[in-house]
Design a binder for this molecule. Structure first.
Ligand code: SF4
Ligand code: SF4
Length: 450
């Protein structure tokens, strides 16, 4: 019987079934490194997919589910593969096979399925959910609970979920008065940017729900470097959580809304500051390739997507004030690195901050274990991957860790908090924004001084 998986494999046979079993991807795969089990490697998973496609293994078998579920979807296996196997697309198709109301699935998986379908696809409900989450976070209840260690008595997973939320809080080294000027500055800078927009900002659902400060910083930094920014109305979640969970219909629904929202007649760059969202937006062409009404529009949409660091890569960045006392390190978001191929661009943003001591992080190119909601669905594996990341972060001795994806910010922030580390986790653009503000590049009242 033809299934999503067999159809995908058949449609892209040359490209997707090119695996020659060389094993060069094994050491790049965090789950294989953790378990040493071939079935937790890219090669092993491709082998399982082929077995399903050839009807040698049922798609609903426990083995197939276990090892496909355990994949982080980080795509670290793609750049090291000499045969050019596009593993990410194979994984999505496999998960589409498994996405369904399976009663044998655990409670957390069934909750995720419900939330993705009943909340995430409905913008008003999602806004309400994030408003409640913000109240919980900003009131300090989440932090108090984490500190009390009471949630640990019930469930480590619940404790980590609270720590994730707490880690999305705004933390600034700036003085209170600086922070206030940042708030008042945002509105005016945005208004200024909207009037001469040469870029369009993709705000993101988690981005706007928990990290609106990063969106505001992005608009200000773009603006001071010569790019006005508008934030199109009607945009929705990018669909990454749906695609990674296997809900491709949900992801397509969201993709169509975003294509409509980002007016194709103007051809302006679509800017993201979240590696996960950017990589997802860049796959709309593939996602909608069979849609007669949207296939061409989706391809054009993809060609406009770039990370804020990539947009700024080609310009001579304004320099901010120096941060002599600060040591920072950079962890690459997998999807920014492997999905959007932004390796040097985020570092260039950080180098525009004079005297910032940037310390290389060993394994910066490896996943932190966040991977959407993998940290809640596969807590044991996720914690194993995170532990290694935190060990390397500790070795740098840096006070600040920067990373270009909200999921990674929350994962590393939560892990550091629960491990008792003193570490500020933020987006590179936030640090640059702070240094611009300290250098007086933003006019009083929040405008921009060119
Ligand atoms: S590197 Fe590519 S070709 Fe080699 S085993 Fe891995 S997926 Fe297959
Ligand atoms: S996506 Fe990441 S976790 Fe999954 S097989 Fe590839 S390297 Fe391993």
């Amino acid at each position: 019987m033809a299934t999503q998986l067999t159809t995908t494999l058949a449609a892209e046979e040359q490209k997707l079934l090119a695996c020659v079993h060389c094993g060069l991807c094994l050491e790049a795969c965090p789950t294989y490194v953790l378990t040493g089990d071939e079935n937790d490697s890219p090669r092993g998973r491709i082998y399982l997919m082929r077995a399903v496609e050839e009807n040698k293994l049922p798609a609903d078998s426990a083995t197939f589910k276990l090892h496909i579920d355990r994949c982080l979807g980080c795509r670290a296996c793609e750049p090291v593969c000499p045969a050019g196997v596009q593993y990410g697309q194979l994984l999505e198709a496999s998960r589409a096979e498994l996405f369904g109301p399976d009663k044998q699935r655990g409670f957390t998986y069934r909750c995720l399925r419900l939330v993705l379908r009943r909340v995430w696809l409905h913008p008003a409900r999602l806004r309400f959910a994030f408003a409640v989450a913000r109240m919980f976070r900003d009131s300090g209840i989440a932090r108090l609970l984490v500190r009390s260690k009471i949630p640990r008595l019930f469930s480590r997973r619940f404790e980590f979920a609270l720590a994730l939320l707490d880690s999305s809080s705004p933390v600034s080294f700036a003085s209170d008065s600086d922070a206030d000027s940042s708030k008042s500055g945002a509105t005016e800078a945005e208004a200024n940017a909207q009037s001469q927009a040469s870029t369009m900002l993709f705000a993101g659902c988690v981005g706007e729900g928990l990290f609106s400060r990063v969106n505001k910083a992005t608009a200000r930094v773009l603006n001071v470097n010569g790019f006005g920014t508008s934030v199109p109305k009607g945009q929705v979640c990018c669909g990454a959580l749906h695609a990674h969970a296997g809900d491709l219909d949900g992801a397509r629904m969201l993709a169509r809304c975003n294509i409509e929202a980002f007016d194709d007649s103007v051809n302006l760059p679509i800017i993201t500051n979240a590696g996960g969202c950017g990589a997802m937006l860049a796959t709309y062409g593939h996602l909608l390739s069979e849609d007669p009404l949207f296939a061409e529009r989706a391809r054009k949409f993809c060609s406009r997507v770039r990370d804020v660091s990539q947009q700024l890569e080609g310009v001579k960045l304004k320099e901010g004030s120096d941060r002599q006392s600060d040591t920072a390190t950079y962890d690459a978001s997998c999807h920014l690195l492997y999905g959007q191929h932004a390796s040097e661009a985020p570092l260039k943003l950080l180098r525009a901050i004079p005297e910032l001591r940037l310390i290389p992080l060993e394994g910066a190119e490896r996943c932190c274990g966040a991977a959407g909601v993998y940290n809640l669905l596969e807590p044991h594996m996720s914690q194993g991957v995170l532990k290694e990341k935190l060990t390397h972060v500790r070795e740098t001795g840096a006070a600040i860790l920067t990373t270009g994806n909200p999921g990674c910010q929350m994962q590393i922030g939560a892990g550091a908090k629960l491990a008792g580390m003193t570490l500020r986790v933020c987006h590179p653009v936030e640090l640059l924004d702070e240094s611009y503000r300290r250098a007086g590049l933003y006019q009083e009242g929040g405008g921009v001084d060119h």
